[in-house]
Design a protein around this ligand. Structure first.
Ligand SMILES: Nc1nc2c(c(=O)[nH]1)N[C@H]1C(S)=C(S)[C@@H](COP(=O)(O)OP(=O)(O)OC[C@H]3O[C@@H](n4cnc5c(=O)[nH]c(N)nc54)[C@H](O)[C@@H]3O)O[C@H]1N2
Ligand SMILES: Nc1nc2c(c(=O)[nH]1)N[C@H]1C(S)=C(S)[C@@H](COP(=O)(O)OP(=O)(O)OC[C@H]3O[C@@H](n4cnc5c(=O)[nH]c(N)nc54)[C@H](O)[C@@H]3O)O[C@H]1N2
Ligand code: SF4
Ligand SMILES: [Mo]
Length: 738
C-alpha cells in the first residue's frame, strides 16, 4: 500500500461509473476520500469518474427502503425497514411461486454495475427454480461473448499493446467514452500501429485512421465478409494456423464465393479498392486486433457479424497473439461455480423464455459445448457474463400476454428495465400486470417509479468486490473506501436477506461480502485481507487451447460452426439486409425518409444513468437528434427545435442538432433519456421516460431481430420521419425550460 504522509493511504478501486471498468487509485486521508486518480496511464480516467462526490451525496439518492402503498405508479411511498421489506418481498415471492411456478419470477440486471454480482443473482434464481434471467448485456458484450464461445469454446480479449493494426468496427473510444481504452489506443498509434475505422460518420477516430470506410449503417457484416473474401482469395491468411487450429476452412471459402468485392461495395456503399486495401492492411500489418464494441451487438446480422470478426482474427493467425484466449481463473472460486446451474432442473431450464426461437444465448445454446468445456476447462458451466439468458422480448411478452406462461414478478437489480430494452410501450404494459416489482438502485428511476419496493444500493466506492468473469482469467480488486450512506446495502446483503427468508440460508452461508470474497480467494489458499492490496489477481493464461485443443465439439476454432448447426442455425456467416432500409422498403421510405441509428453515446452520461449529476448534465443537457442540415431543411425543422421522431413502432421527442458530419438521409438517436428533476409519476410520463427514451421507437418483433440470439436491431434498419413539436402541445412549455 502506498503511503502518502500521515494517515494517508491509497486504495485500489475499479470504476463502474461506466463499463470500461478503469482501475483507479483512491486517495484517502484520515479516513476521508480526497479524490480518484488513474492507476497507471494518466489519461485512463474520465470526468464522469470525478463526479463521485456529487453522486454519493446527491439529494435524490435513495438512502432507505421504501414501499408504494398506492396503485402501481402512484408514488405513494412510505419508509419501511430492511427487515420488513425483505419479509414482505420473500412472502410475496413464495406466494407467486406457489401460484404460477418459479419460472414466473424474472430478474433483470446489468451485473457489472453491481460489482460483477459474483454469481449471486443466478445462484438465487437457480435455487428458487427460475431460468428467466435477462440483462441489457443482451444488446452488448453479453451477446458477443456467446458467439466467441461458440467459435473458440471461450472468449477472446484484445491486447492493444501488442497490436500492429487496429480495426474499429464502429466502436469509438475517446476521452468521453471508454477513456481507459482510448488511452491504450493513443499509445498504440503513437508507436506506429495502423488504424482502420468502419463508421458511417467521420468519428473522432475516423479522422486519424489510415483507412476510414464510411459504410452504410448496419452493413458491417457484408463489409467483413468482403474482408474475408479478399484475404482468402489473395492467400493472405496464415496457412499453417488454419491447417492446425481451425475447422471448416473449405466450407468458409465456398460461402465467400457469394460475396464478391463488387457486391460488398454495392451493399456497403464503399469503394471496392478501398475495401480491398483495408483487408490487405489488416492481414499483412498484423498482428491485428478488433477491440470489442457493441455495434455488432445491435444489428440484424449480429451473430454473423461477430462470427466474421472471429474468423478474421483466426484465419490471419492472430488468436493467441493480440487476440488473447481467456480462461477461468484457477486461483478463484469461479462465477459459474458460485451460480449453481446444476441446481436448476432440466425441466426448468427447458422453460427458458425465447430459447426455442433464439437458442444461442440460452441454456439450450450451451448444450453442444458442455462436454467440450468440461474436457478443456474441467468445469460444467462456463458463464461468459450473461450466458444462459432468456430472450428479453419473450420475457416482457410473457408478462403482458401470459404466453406461454405468466411472468408475475420482476426483481430489477441494478438495471433500468423499462428503458433498457426495446418496445417500451410493451414493457410498460407487462410491468403494469406484475404482482411484485422490486428495484435495487441509487435513484427513483422510471422503472423504480413502477415498483412496489425500492431498496437502496451501495455505490462502488462503498463496497469491496472482485471484478472477474469466467471468460477472462484473473480479476481486479475493489477495496472498500467509504461506508455506505444511510441504509444502503450491497447486492449480496439483499439476496442473502431474501434467501434466509426462503429456506435457502444454507446456500448463503457467508455473513457479508468480505466473507464471500474470502471464500472466492480461498481456492488459491488466500484470504481477502491478503489479496486486497493488489490491483490485479491471477494469471490469465492458465489453460491454453492452442496446446490442449479448443472447447468446441471439433476441438478446433470452428470457422464452420457445428454448434450453430446443432442449434438449427446457419453454420457459416451470411449477410441479410434489414427489413426497413430504403433499399428493402422504398415505398415506406417515401413516408419515412430518414434511416435511424441508435447509438453514438452521449459524452457525459452513461446509458440511462447520471443525468441528475449537475456538472455532467451541463455538458449534455438534453436528448439530441443529429441531423444533416439538408435533412433538417427538408423536414422543415431547424437547429435547436424540439421535434417528434416517429417510426412505424412509436415516437419520441428530441431536440435537433444540425451536424454536417451526420451522413445525409440518417438521424442519430441517443439512448436512455429521462429527466430526473421532473416529478416522478404519470403526470410527467415517468419523469420524461415516456417521451424521450429511444426504446419508444424500437420494435421487439422478429423481423427486426437477429436470427440466432434475437438481439434487436438498433443500427440502421429502421426508417423514421421528424416533425416539429408545436406550441399547442401540452409539453411545449416544459420543453422550453430544458
Ligand atoms: N433501447 C436501448 N436499449 C439498450 C441500449 C440502447 O442503446 N438502447 N443499450 C444496451 C447496452 S449497450 C447496455 S450495456 C444495456 C444496459 O442496460 P441497463 O441495465 O438498462 O443499464 P442502465 O441504464 O445503466 O441501468 C442500470 C441501472 O443501475 C443503476 N446503478 C448504477 N450503479 C449501481 C450500483 O452500484 N448498484 C445498483 N444496485 N444499481 C446501480 C443505475 O442507476 C441504473 O438505473 O442496455 C442495452 N439496452
Ligand atoms: N460517455 C459514455 N460512455 C459510454 C457509454 C455511455 O452511455 N456514455 N456507454 C457504454 C456502453 S454500455 C457501451 S456498449 C459503449 C458503446 O460505445 P461505442 O462502442 O463507442 O459505441 P457508440 O458511441 O454508440 O457508437 C460508436 C460509433 O459507431 C458508429 N456507428 C453507428 N452505427 C453504426 C453501424 O451500423 N456500423 C458502424 N460500423 N458504425 C456505426 C457511430 O457513428 C459512432 O461513431 O460505450 C460505453 N461508454
Ligand atoms: S471511462 Fe470514465 S466512467 Fe468509465 S470506467 Fe473509466 S473512468 Fe470510469
Ligand atoms: Mo453496453
Amino acid at each position: 500500500m502506498v503511503q502518502r504522509g500521515k494517515n494517508a493511504e491509497t486504495k485500489h478501486v475499479i470504476c463502474t461509473v461506466c463499463d470500461n471498468y478503469c482501475p483507479l487509485k483512491a486517495n484517502v486521508v484520515g479516513g476521508v476520500l480526497q479524490g480518484l486518480e488513474p492507476y497507471e496511464d494518466p489519461k485512463a480516467i474520465c470526468f464522469k469518474a470525478h463526479s463521485w462526490k456529487e453522486h454519493i451525496n446527491h439529494p435524490d439518492r435513495i438512502l432507505h427502503p421504501m414501499k408504494n402503498v398506492g396503485t402501481r405508479g402512484a408514488q405513494r411511498w412510505v419508509p419501511i425497514s430492511w427487515d420488513q421489506a425483505l419479509d414482505e418481498i420473500a412472502a410475496r415471492l413464495r406466494q407467486i411461486i406457489g401460484t404460477y411456478g418459479p419460472e414466473s419470477v424474472a430478474v433483470s440486471s446489468l451485473m457489472g454495475n453491481v460489482s460483477g454480482d459474483q454469481g449471486m443473482i443466478r445462484r438465487f434464481m437457480n435455487l428458487i427454480g427460475s431460468p428467466n434471467f435477462i440483462s441489457g448485456l443482451h444488446m452488448c458484450e453479453g451477446n458477443t461473448l456467446q458467439v466467441h464461445r461458440a467459435t473458440f469454446g471461450t472468449s477472446i480479449a484484445e491486447d492493444l499493446s501488442s497490436a500492429n493494426c487496429i480495426l474499429l468496427v464502429g466502436h469509438n473510444p475517446h476521452r468521453g467514452n471508454w477513456a481507459g481504452q482510448a488511452a491504450q489506443l493513443d499509445a498504440a498509434l503513437a508507436r506506429g500501429a495502423k488504424l482502420i475505422v468502419l463508421d458511417p460518420r467521420k468519428s473522432e477516430n475516423a479522422w486519424r485512421a489510415d483507412i476510414h470506410l464510411p459504410l452504410r449503417y448496419g452493413t458491417d457484416t457484408a463489409m467483413l465478409l468482403g474482408f474475408l473474401r479478399v484475404i482468402v482469395e489473395e492467400e493472405l491468411y496464415d496457412k499453417e494456423f488454419v491447417a492446425r487450429y481451425t475447422y471448416g476452412f473449405p466450407q468458409l471459402r465456398e460461402r465467400l464465393q457469394e460475396y464478391s468485392l463488387e457486391k460488398v461495395a454495392a451493399i456497403t456503399g464503399c469503394d471496392a479498392q478501398q475495401i480491398a486495401a483495408a483487408a490487405r492492411l489488416f492481414a499483412t500489418a498484423g498482428p491485428s486486433v478488433i477491440p470489442w464494441g457493441p455495434i455488432l451487438d445491435m444489428q440484424v446480422n449480429s451473430t454473423s457479424g461477430i462470427r466474421c470478426e472471429d474468423l478474421l482474427v483466426s484465419i490471419c493467425g492472430f488468436v493467441g497473439k493480440c487476440e488473447q484466449l481467456q480462461s477461468p481463473e484457477p486461483a478463484l472460486v469461479n462465477v459459474s461455480q458460485l451460480e449453481l446451474h446444476e441446481m436448476l432442473s432440466q425441466e426448468q431450464k427447458e422453460k427458458q423464455l425465447g430459447a426455442d426461437r433464439y437458442p444461442l444465448l440460452s441454456y439450450r445454446g450451451y448444450e453442444p459445448l458442455r462436454a467440450a468445456v468440461k474436457r478443456v476447462y474441467g468445469i460444467e458451466w462456463l458463464d461468459l457474463e450473461a450466458s444462459f439468458m432468456a430472450n428479453p422480448a419473450a420475457v416482457f411478452r410473457a408478462m403482458r400476454t401470459d404466453q406461454p406462461y405468466p411472468v408475475r414478478a420482476l426483481l430489477n437489480l441494478g438495471s433500468n428495465a423499462l428503458m433498457g430494452y426495446v418496445n417500451q410501450q410493451g414493457i410498460l404494459e407487462g410491468l403494469m400486470r406484475q404482482e411484485l416489482i422490486v428495484v435495487f438502485d441509487h435513484w427513483l428511476t422510471p422503472t423504480a417509479q413502477l415498483a412496489d419496493y425500492v431498496l437502496p444500493a451501495d455505490y462502488f466506492l462503498e463496497r469491496p468486490a472482485l471484478m472477474n468473469q469466467d471468460g477472462a482469467g484473473g480479476a481486479m480488486v475493489q477495496q472498500q473506501v467509504l461506508q455506505p450512506r444511510g441504509e444502503c446495502r450491497s447486492l449480496y446483503a439483499l439476496l442473502k436477506g431474501l434467501a434466509d427468508r426462503m429456506g435457502l440460508q444454507s446456500y448463503f452461508p457467508w455473513p457479508d461480502d468480505e466473507a464471500l470474497l474470502d471464500y472466492r480467494v480461498s481456492r488459491g489458499g488466500k484470504r481477502w485481507k491478503d489479496v486486497e492490496g493488489a490491483m490485479f489477481l491471477g494469471d490469465a493464461a492458465q489453460v491454453n487451447p492452442l496446446e490442449t485443443g479448443f472447447a468446441t465439439p471439433t476441438g478446433k476454432i470452428e470457422l464452420y460452426s457445428t454448434v450453430l448447426e446443432q442449434l438449427g442455425c446457419d453454420p457459416l456467416p451470411y449477410y441479410k439486409e434489414a427489413a426497413q432500409t430504403p433499399r428493402n422498403a422504398p415505398a415506406l421510405a417515401e413516408q419515412y425518409p430518414l434511416t435511424v441509428f441508435v447509438g453514438l453515446r452521449d459524452k457525459a452520461n452513461y446509458l440511462t444513468n447520471l443525468r441528475q449529476i449537475k456538472s455532467l448534465r451541463r455538458i449534455d443537457p438534453c436528448p439530441e437528434a443529429y441531423l444533416h442540415p439538408n435533412d433538417a431543411a427538408r423536414s422543415g425543422v431547424e437547429d435547436g427545435r424540439w421535434v417528434w421522431l416517429e417510426t412505424t413502432h412509436g415516437r419520441m421527442i428530441l431536440r435537433v442538432k444540425c451536424d454536417a458530419v451526420q451522413p445525409e438521409g440518417t438521424v442519430r438517436v441517443p439512448h436512455g433519456w429521462w429527466i430526473p428533476e421532473w416529478k416522478p409519476g404519470w403526470e410527467n410520463g415517468l419523469s420524461g421516460a415516456m417521451y424521450f427514451n429511444d426504446a419508444l421507437i424500437l420494435p421487439d418483433e422478429d423481423w427486426n431481430a437477429d436470427a440466432e440470439q434475437g438481439v434487436p436491431n438498433l443500427r440502421g434498419g429502421l426508417l423514421a420521419k421528424v416533425y416539429p413539436v408545436t406550441p399547442e402541445e401540452p409539453l411545449w412549455e416544459k420543453l422550453q425550460n430544458l
